[in-house]
Design a protein around this ligand. Structure first.
Ligand code: GDP
Ligand code: MG
Length: 378
């Protein structure tokens, strides 16, 4: 501590203020309870009680969101000449069950992911990146709804664009509508992929008609929603879909600054028997590097190892890149934010204080639940 009053110090040491005043008196310092003590006096007293004075970094704010919004919060000197540059779009695929989400994800991956990554073995880290003529696109492959819902509930916006898959032989179904509502609430643009066009019973006009009722009017009909007819199974229309994604991304002018400390969102996480806590992260700004001290949700650590979506060990990951990391002290949750800090001490301090707060919240929650149960029984 740089300074503290006699009362505060007594409190910290778990002693009576009168005892501290007496000690000070014996050391030749006359003091009252409200008297501010300087660093030297504090150290003297602490030495009397065999307590080491820890230099405390004052961090009142344990809300990661604040660090997330303002990159300068933790920077005493922000690197000069930093500039936001174009970043790849992050895309989610949503739609009714069995309309072809998984097939489409696989199809896109099969056609594009191996370019320049020969020999890489597909890793399921909750997202993958493709490279289409030098332009990258990140696809979240966690089950669309779950990821979208939990992340949005936590206020984490991760998606730039939604592909709404609608089977041409089945049309708009309850989860189609749900997906539209999610995307609209999150203000994420929608591209409609009319799937299963290879089926004889495919009726794309009906899909267009039904979607009109939900505010998605095709460009062909004078609206502003892009519709692409595809067959995920046969790999038809995929190139055109990718082209449209890049077009929408370009209009959106998605930017990030690779020169700042990384921050982003947890896509998924689990405990691995051999590797400990494993988390798939989506870097949303900055560059994440091996060795970085990081706070992830209510846990923290130092990035020990990183692998990308084709299982390669990487040393760094830039904006919109998905990576799987190890080195965290605990398993975070999908939708948690992560922020890299300048040193491990700060990361530890914020991580521990957030963990403490989380435990406290849990306790309050438990008490409340117990009380509710009690009232229910009455
Ligand atoms: P999800 O529940 O949305 O992930 O749907 P799936 O990708 O699991 O697909 C459900 C079923 O539809 C599977 O049997 C797929 O093989 C089939 N399917 C997906 N896309 C197409 C397509 O373009 N054409 C045809 N004929 N079948 C498809
Ligand atoms: Mg599926």
């Amino acid at each position: 501590y740089e300074s503290a009053s006699v009362g505060e110090l007594a409190n910290k040491l778990g002693r009576e203020p009168s005892e501290i005043i007496k000690k000070l008196f014996l050391l030749g310092v006359m003091a009252t309870i409200n008297q501010e003590l300087d660093k030297d006096a504090i150290e003297l007293i602490c030495a009397e009680y065999d307590v080491e004075v820890e230099e405390e970094i004052r961090i009142d704010v344990t809300d990661l969101e604040i660090y997330f919004e303002d990159p300068d919060t933790d920077d005493e000197a922000v690197e000069s000449n930093t500039e936001a540059i174009e970043r790849p779009p992050v895309v989610t695929i949503m739609g009714h069950v069995d309309h072809g989400k998984t097939t489409l994800l696989d199809s896109i991956r099969d056609t594009k992911v191996t370019q320049g990554e020969a020999g890489g073995i597909t890793q399921h880290i909750g997202a993958y990146q493709i490279n289409s003529n030098g332009k990258k696109i990140t696809f979240l492959d966690t089950p669309g709804h779950a990821a979208f819902t939990t992340m949005r509930a936590r206020g984490a916006k991760v998606t730039d664009l939604t592909i709404l898959v609608v089977a041409a032989d089945d049309g708009v179904m309850p989860q189609t509508v749900e997906a539209i509502n999610h995307a609209k609430a999150a203000e994420v643009p929608i591209i409609v992929a009319v799937n299963k066009m290879d089926k004889p019973s495919a009726n794309p006009d009906r899909v267009m008609q039904e979607l009109t009722e939900h505010g998605l009017v095709s460009e062909a009909w004078g609206g502003d929603t892009i519709f692409v007819e595809i067959s995920a199974l046969k790999g038809e229309g995929i190139d055109q879909l990718i082209e449209m994604i890049l077009l929408v991304a370009e209009v959106a002018e998605l930017k990030a600054d690779p020169s700042v400390r990384a921050k982003g969102t947890v896509i998924e996480a689990q405990l691995d028997r051999g590797r400990g806590a494993v988390a798939s992260l989506l870097v949303q700004d900055g560059t994440l590097r091996v060795g970085d001290p990081v706070v992830v949700g209510n846990t923290f650590g130092r990035v020990r190892a990183m692998i990308n979506d084709v299982g390669r060990r990487v040393k760094e990951a830039g904006p919109s890149a998905p990576v799987e990391i190890t080195g965290l002290s605990n398993v975070p949750q999908a939708g948690d934010r992560f922020v890299v800090f300048k040193d491990e001490k700060t990361a530890r301090q914020i991580g521990e204080s957030r963990a403490g707060e989380a435990i406290q919240e849990q306790r309050t929650e438990k008490t409340r639940v117990t009380l509710d149960n009690l009232f229910d029984q009455m």
